[in-house]
Design a protein around this ligand. Structure first.
Ligand SMILES: [Zn+2]
Length: 335
């Protein structure tokens, strides 16, 4: 009898093994640009949640949060599928560049949905769109302040004008647990010109959020843990996991924001800190030339909270120096 049962047992074991091993592979882009991805298929059916780290390669806390998640997720306890993009922008990661890819000088998070025959950043975006984002039911694009940005944690809730979709994205943003959520109505609505990773999902009808925790090239425990906890909270919200209960999140809604840019190239001296409240007209910092002369002074255009401020000296004309946000009651739906 044992011999006769063996093939059945073997088939069952083989079936379990197909779930048990997270499937890791590289999406093919080209030399030093292939994208490491892990897929974890749960034991029960459910949605496909895509998590993207390393869109900006100098943003380390998301990359480390996904490495942790990869080692901890048990397929037996999972409903649906997780797709982890460990390092979306490998050229930027390996060459340690902020904002821009080292080969083409383009910001990966401005060239979605990408082009199959474009520059390297455009080809990375194309592969991510075709092979990952198209397969998503939900997507979270994980960021922190870049290597030069001192940032307080927050999430973006991007509103498309599709109220049912926007509501599902709002619930995801709240579920993630960040205590500040920036309402962003400014993203393009054309799926062919989606520009941003999360907006590529949203313009294809998939609820999506962007989250930010950490910055300045740091790998601090608090920022990594905040991301990992947020991902667990969202998986619980989407009923991909069960048995965990989380405290309710009552976030501060940032209803108005501005990215404040430098009008000069030189050295930046910040005079505020992340999360600081400023009044209209307060000086946020100055830019000097290379001989110490002040050539630009940045002042707050309105009162608000500093969401991030540049924390290192180099600045190019046109680049962000700080982001300021105003808390307020939720505005009416975007139409
Ligand atoms: Zn980023």
């Amino acid at each position: 009898m044992r011999v006769r049962l063996y093939p059945i047992a073997a088939i069952l074991l083989a079936g379990a093994a197909a779930f048990a091993q997270p499937a890791s592979r590289f999406l093919q882009v080209g030399p030093a640009a292939d994208i490491p991805v892990t897929e974890i298929s749960g034991a029960r059916p459910g949605p496909t949640l895509v998590l993207v780290a390393g869109t900006h390669g100098y943003e380390y806390t998301p990359i480390l949060a996904l490495e942790r998640l990869r080692s901890k997720i048990q397929y037996q306890a999972l409903s649906g599928k997780l797709i982890l993009v460990h390092v979306a922008n490998m050229p930027s990661f390996l060459r340690r560049t902020i904002y821009y890819g080292p080969e083409d000088g383009k910001n990966l998070n401005r060239v979605f949905p990408g082009k199959p025959d474009g520059t390297l950043s455009e080809r990375i975006a194309y592969v991510l769109t075709q092979e990952v984002i198209e397969r998503a039911d939900y997507l979270i694009d994980l960021h922190c302040g870049d290597g030069n940005e001192s940032l307080r944690p927050y999430a973006y809730w991007m509103r498309t004008g599709n109220q049912a979709l926007d509501e599902r994205s709002r619930q995801m943003a709240v579920a993630f647990g960040m205590n500040h959520i920036v309402i962003d109505d400014e993203r393009p609505s054309d799926p062919a010109q989606s520009m941003y990773c999360s907006n590529t999902a949203a313009t294809r009808g998939k609820p999506a959020i962007t989250v930010e925790s950490g910055g300045l090239g740091a790998t601090d425990e608090e920022s990594i843990a905040r991301l990992e906890t947020g991902l667990r909270r969202v998986m619980s919200h989407l009923k991909m996991t069960s048995g965990e209960s989380w405290p309710e999140n009552k976030p501060v809604w940032i209803v108005r924001n501005a990215v404040l840019r430098s009008e000069a190239t030189g050295l930046f001296y910040a005079e505020v800190k992340k999360d600081q409240q400023v009044r209209q007209g307060d000086r946020i910092g100055t830019v000097t030339d290379f001989f110490g002369k002040t050539i630009f002074e940045l002042r707050a255009p309105f009162a608000g909270v500093i969401l991030y401020v540049i924390g290192t000296p180099p600045i190019n004309k046109g680049e962000p120096l700080a982001m300021i946000g105003v808390a307020g009651p939720m505005p009416g739906p975007r139409r």
